[in-house]
Design a protein around this ligand. Sequence first.
Ligand code: GTP
Ligand code: MG
Length: 223
Amino acid sequence: MKSAPEQEDLNETDLIDLSTISETFNIILMGDSSTGKTSILQRFCDNFFKTEKNNINYLQIFKKVYLLLNKSYLIKFWDPPDFMDNCNDFEINMFRNCDGIIYICSYDNAASLTHINTWYQFLTQYVDLSTKEMALFVNKKDLKEENKNITEEQIDKKSKDLQLDIFEISAKSGYNVNKSFKNIIDKIIEKYKNINKSKGYEYNTESSDNEIENEKEEGCSII
Ligand SMILES: Nc1nc2c(ncn2[C@@H]2O[C@H](COP(=O)(O)OP(=O)(O)OP(=O)(O)O)[C@@H](O)[C@H]2O)c(=O)[nH]1
Ligand SMILES: [Mg+2]
């Protein structure tokens, strides 16, 4: 795996006032090449889509400040390069320390749905997956029916086999993207609160008007 760009490459969108952040969570995206992992993060974090392939062969970390119940959380999304083999310690730690895993497949690639089992098995070498929040995003929902190679039945079966929540999304149109991320992020935050509650911490449970609004000034960044 190639290393990320140097610190000097950071621009001002990378600046986040950490004093406002209650907690940081990490989510890893796993799936075959060209299923749209990078595009999905570009859509969610910075609300843009580009038709050309993102030919980036190093680990990217996207960031988003997420507001829930008057608290700000920093969500880091790990977007590893296409192929991982013989994981090094850094990669193993990345898997062990993550809070959530989102598997990605896309409607134009039937094998990418089959391969979800491969990604799942790959991770079980390093992580107890029962400790992670997980979901499967089926991307490219916008494609015309004749260009889709995955059926609803196949998706349902995969959901049952692997006990994964499934979300059909489109990075291109933005369809269901925010809702799907919100679902897994809220579960991660809920789990974190429950663990802390069991340790005796109190939480304000009143909702705020901007509960699901996400700060745009930090947006997403690649480091
Ligand atoms: N029609 C359509 N095309 C998409 C969508 N999402 C991504 N694409 C296209 O699919 C191609 C691959 O997208 P990437 O985001 O580079 O895929 P990736 O999974 O990050 O690929 P790797 O980095 O090689 O692992 C690009 O040409 C995107 O424009 C979508 O929702 N709909
Ligand atoms: Mg990519």
